[in-house]
Each structure stands twice: as C-alpha cells, then as structure tokens.
Write a protein that binds this ligand. Sequence first.
Ligand code: ARG
Length: 571
Amino acid sequence: MNSKAYMIEELSRLWPELEKTQIETGLEIPKDKKMGDFAFPCFRLAKTMRKAPNMIAQELKNKLEGETIFEKVEVVGPYLNMTIDKKWLAGFVLSQFDEAEKEGKAYGSSDEGNGKTVVLDYSSINVAKPFHIGHLRTTVIGNSLTRIHQFLGYNTFSINYLGDWGTQFGKMVVAYRKWGDEEMVKKDGIRYLVSLYVRFHQEAEKDPSLDDEARAAFTSMEHGDEEALSLWKYFIEISLKDVQKVYRVLDVKFDSYQGESYFWDKTDELIAQLQEKGLLQDSEGAKIVDLSDYNMPPCLILKKDGSTLYATRDIASAMYRKKTFDFYKNLYITGLEQNLHFDQWFRVVDMMGYDWAKDLVHIPYGLITLKDGKLSTRSGNVIWLEDLLNEAIAKTKAIMQEKNPNLENMDKVAEEVGVGAVVFHDLFNNRIKEVTFDWDEVLNFDGETGPYVQYTYARASSVLAKAGWNKEELHENADMSCLTDEYSQEVLKLIESFPGKVKEALSKYEPYIITRYTVALATAYNRFYHENAILSAEDKVRDARLKLTDVTTKVLKQGLYLIGVHAPEQM
Ligand code: ARG
C-alpha cells in the first residue's frame, strides 16, 4: 500500500459521514506545493450536507486533530488542505519496505500474475543470417518484459522463434555443397555461413541455374531428403552455438528455440478450419484470406505450389501455444516494420472465431541507427551484435583503467558496465522512438546512463561497507525524524513510487519507465549524499541515513535487474 492509499483509509475512518469513493475522487493535488500535498474540495458536499462548504471543511478538519499522519491541516475557502507529516512518511515508506522483506518478497513485487502464463516471443533470430545490432532491441526489450512479468508473479515462457525455414535454406544447402569448408565453420561460425550465402547470390547472378538448383534443394528438404536436412540441421546448430556468447553476456535465457521449421508441415488443421469456416479464397492459384473489410491487403496462406508462408506458420504456432500453455497473453516483440504482418494474422485468428485473438499482442519498436559508423567495428556492411558488445567492453575497460586502475575483477566489471551501458541506452526511450547509437552518449559516466546508475549503486554500497553496518541493530536505533530534509524526502518519495512504476511498465509494455526511474532515484540519492553527512553524523542520524542508503541500493539493484543490467558492488 502507498501512503496515499493509506491516507484514504484513514480519512474514511475519521470521516464516517463520507463514502470512501467520495474521498478518493475528491482528493486533488494542489499545483502550488505551499498549499499542501493534498486538497479536498468541499463545495460538492454542500448540497447534501446542507452547509456552507467552508463550514464542512472546518468540521472535517476538526476530526483530523492529533493525527500523526498530518503535519498541517488548513481550511482555505471551500478547501481543506493537508500536508503529510515528513517524519510519518519516512517511517511509513521504510516500514513498507521492511514488511515486504520480512515476508520474503522483494519490495515492489506482487502476486497479481499468479496462475497466469505469458508467452514472450523475442530475439527470434534467423538461422545462418547475421545476428546484428537490429536484433539488440527485440532481445533486450523481451528480456526486460520477461523479468517484469516474473516480478509481478506471472509464469513466463520465453521463445526464440527461430527463422529456420524457407527457400533461403535451399540456397545455403547448395552453397555449402559447392564451397563449404568445415574448418572455416569451426573458425568463423555464422559469419562464414553468411559469407557463403553472399557468395551464392553473387554467383547466381552470373549463373541463374543456381537458383533452380536451390529451389530443388528446398523442395527435397520438404520431402525429407536426409542429406539436405542434415546440412540444414548443422546450420541451425552452428547458429545457436554462436549466438550463445551474446546471450550469455546479455544474461538472456530462453525456454524454447522452437521456430518456424516446426510448423511448416503442421498447418493442415489450420487450413481445414479456414476452409470449413469459409475464409479461404483462391487468388491466382494461391490461397488467401480476404481482409478488405478491415482495409488491409489479403493475408497469404498458401503459395501456388502449396507451401506455407510466414503468416501461416505464425497462426499455426499461435494455435499450438494456446493449446500448450493456455496463455493469458502471447507477446511478440519485433520491429515496427512488421506491424502489418501481425495486424493481418491476428485478424485472421479473430475471424476464425477464437476469442483469444484479443490476447495476442504485437509489441513493436523503432529502428536503431548509428550516429557514426566509423566508431563501430564493421565486417561487411552489417554490425554484428557480438562486435558491438565487445567494443563496449573494451572501451569501458579503457575508461576504468584510467579512473580506477586497481579495481578487482576488472574484466568482469568492465563486461557488466560496458554491456549494461548498451542495454540501458537501448531501453532509455519509449519503444517506438528510434535509437541513435553514439558511443560518447552510451558510455558517459555522468549522463543519464547505465554507468551513472551503476556508479551510484557502487558508491552507496561502499558507504554501507565502510559503515560495517548491521541492518538488524540499526533499525531499532534509526530516528526517522532525521529524514525530513528535502533531499531525504525526495529519495523516500521515489522509493515509494517504485511498485507503481513496475506496474506501469508492464501495463504499457515499456521498460523505459523503469530505466528512467533508476536515473531519477540515482540522481536523488546523489543529491542526498552530497547534502547530508552520513558516516560522520551522530549515531541516530547516521543510522537513519544508512537505512535510507540500504533501501536505495536494493531498489536500484532491483530496478536494474528488471531491465537486464547488472549492478556491480565496485567499479
Ligand atoms: N525471425 C523474424 C525476423 O527476424 C522475427 C520473428 C518474430 N516472431 C514471430 N513469431 N513472427 O524478422
């Protein structure tokens, strides 16, 4: 419960003549802080109570006499203005935190999602294609949304829906048969596979018969040709092994890698249902679902040769997920250029009469671009995610060697800070906004960045370490009236708002709400730290400030965790 909700409870107890909803809807937050934290207008009550508004306000005021929750209560015309007592607020916020800890629950977590399963489809890489910086966003947004859901009690199931089926694999098979070299695969992994694919296209320009060969190879895969399929499996294996490095440093885990190939031959039931429901139409030999009533181009279901498409496989896999998980929501995190694709097939599911169509959610995001290509490692004309992260780590290490050359575990910390900086930057704005990648901005230790928040966390942790602080002992001694200055109060209010921020981030599917929150809390803590002596203060004061420091570190760490960023103790 937050302090406002608590106050409303109190007011409805003290003002029995009013309905709780009258209090809830009536309360306003005055524009001018001097007027108090809350104002309650009484003119609406005048009619039913048959009294002048300012008399009502006066009577309500009298009933609040002696309540410790208020510092000041004042009648101003028809308004009752109330200022929350600062000492009371400090005690309240910190006790909310302690209560959660005592119950063994993380502060801000909840069980609202208990019993509900949310499927998250993200990262969803394409086999034998580059894992490039374009995939950064789906990966980190998906990871963050997974963690936020878990924090609020949901069961989650993360799927890396591999792009592992389609005619391009016919090309890969042909290319590998002609030019493949196992040693090169061992050495360069996906990059080598991609180079073969590039070579195929170059050669096919000169010799179009290669394309026919590729088509035949893919058809043979569809007919179960073992040799071609074993090459294809090999490509998947190489790709998955290669991307694990990136997933490891990003600390991203999947429950399944079941991708498109699993569904290409499991669409019979879907086709039968579409037919039965009269939704399938012929269009120049292909099968489509007409969506003109919804102002959309038709959704392609089967090609002329009877093969399935991206949308067909997505519908089949959604039906499968519904059957398997009975999901509460099924989320898809992709670039916004796929908006139409999702709008189309979600509509088809709806037309099929499935009410769970409303639980399919596409979560789109804007493009990521580089401010200055020069600053990045390039191989060919794509920027591999692995290179970008390695560069972030190297640049961070260089900064640390200058700032803190004796740091223990330098490599590990540089990895957590460098990668954290990239993730943080990616999750700093709302999803739809385009991200421009600029190293100076990403790694600025003083800006609104990951390193800044991590640094604040490390500094606060070192205050606690220096104090040799014992949590149990401290709480008894702490005197909350030491936390009434504006800097402490700002930190307290932010701590109080954390649970609400987490809920908001989930309901909007916007991790940036938490990212920005961590910056706000770090900034407020830094001000508090500069304005208030902690270790040198007298016992009671010191203990209260240490308590606030401890709670701040825990909330910062939790917030960072929810966006997929580590919080090293030292940096
Ligand atoms: N592999 C696709 C791509 O890279 C993304 C897949 C998204 N998930 C889905 N179920 N369609 O564009």
